[in-house]
Design a protein around this ligand. Structure first.
Ligand SMILES: Cc1cc2nc3c(=O)[nH]c(=O)nc-3n(C[C@H](O)[C@H](O)[C@H](O)COP(=O)(O)O)c2cc1C
Length: 306
């Protein structure tokens, strides 16, 4: 058995993480509530709720529903807006020894570009651009479905920032490799796969949809096999790092994604089920590496035998 292992990973040339585990955007707000349960400094990075230029109040309630092996959400990207985040939330996150990744979106290319330009002037460590939210009419999936639209957006946003730019891809595409290559070619430093999968729930007693928005996004263990396939396809298509999201609930899940080619992972839905899950996942990855004789996390990235 190996005595000590190196869990650090680089996400592009400018973002080094002490370990590969982050929260996923939207299930962790701006970190304050979770700081009561855990040391935020244990994470490889903290990812914020998706931010827009102006505050957003989100979709009508109910916004969440349980599903077999997961959940549905249609929050509608409610957020405090960029300026309030910078003033009120970022100073709190900056108290911890952990890179802060800001997840953001816009309703148009111009809005995305303005977000990136403003974030570039701040102390945030990296940007995660959401082009994949299924629950809003504008600012989500319409930028993430077609490689030409995505390429154009990435190019414009890249021109506004020299900070690490991570593009969060949607599972709603017939060819995720093509989307990944488009983002890489036009300047993305890394990719996150995947966002939620469009879905719905029906209440047979009221004869109504369960969610106020009618449809929502499915997340949690139910989507893990889909996410694994998409991470694997993406990692084979590009040279830039891939960050996995989709149903990761324990260290074994995370390791499976590393083997499929991910360099880091995000935990979303499981953090709502079990807010203390981050420490055990990090420790479990370390144990796995020790027991299997690997000295570095990077030794298992893409090590799947096919
Ligand atoms: C309640 C909720 C809110 C979310 N909000 C965002 C968001 O603001 N921006 C974003 O890029 N993804 C958002 N997501 C998607 C997650 O970040 C993640 O990609 C997805 O849930 C899959 O991971 P999981 O199965 O571990 O939850 C949200 C997911 C949930 C469940």
């Amino acid at each position: 058995m190996v005595k000590s292992v190196d869990l650090s990973v680089d996400i592009g040339p400018k973002l080094k993480l002490k370990n590969p585990v982050m929260n996923a955007s939207g299930t962790f707000a701006y970190g304050e509530e979770f700081a009561r349960f855990m040391d935020l400094g244990c994470l490889g990075a903290v990812v914020t709720k998706g931010l827009s230029l102006e505050p957003k109040c989100g979709n009508p309630t109910p916004r969440v529903a349980e599903a077999p092996s997961g959940m549905l959400n249609a929050i509608g990207l409610e957020n405090v807006g960029l300026e309030r985040f910078l003033e009120e939330k970022l100073p709190f996150l900056k108290r911890y020894d952990v890179p802060v990744i800001v997840n953001f979106f816009g309703a148009s290319e111009t809005e995305y570009a303005r977000m990136a330009g403003r974030l570039d002037q701040t102390v945030v460590d990296a940007l995660e651009m959401n082009v994949s939210c299924p629950n809003v009419k504008k600012g989500g999936i319409q930028f993430g479905r077609d490689p030409y639209t995505l390429a154009s957006l990435v190019k414009v946003v890249r021109g506004q920032t020299s900070k690490p730019l991570i593009v969060k891809l949607s599972p709603l595409t017939s060819d995720i490799a093509e989307m990944a290559r488009a983002a890489e070619e036009y300047g993305a430093d890394a990719l996150t796969c995947i966002n939620t999968i469009p879905a719905m729930a029906v209440d047979e007693e009221t004869l109504r949809p369960v969610l106020g928005n009618i449809t929502g996004g499915l997340s949690g263990p139910a989507i893990k096999p889909v996410a694994l396939k998409m991470v694997w396809e993406t990692a084979r298509a590009v040279k830039i790092p891939v960050i996995a999201a989709g149903g990761i609930a324990c260290a074994r899940d995370a390791v499976q994604f590393f083997l499929a080619g991910a360099r880091a992972c995000q935990i979303g839905t499981q953090a709502l089920v079990e807010p203390f899950c981050f420490d055990p996942v990090i420790a479990g990855i370390e144990d796995y590496l020790k027991h299997h004789g690997f000295e570095r996390l990077t030794d298992i990235v893409g090590a799947l035998k096919v």
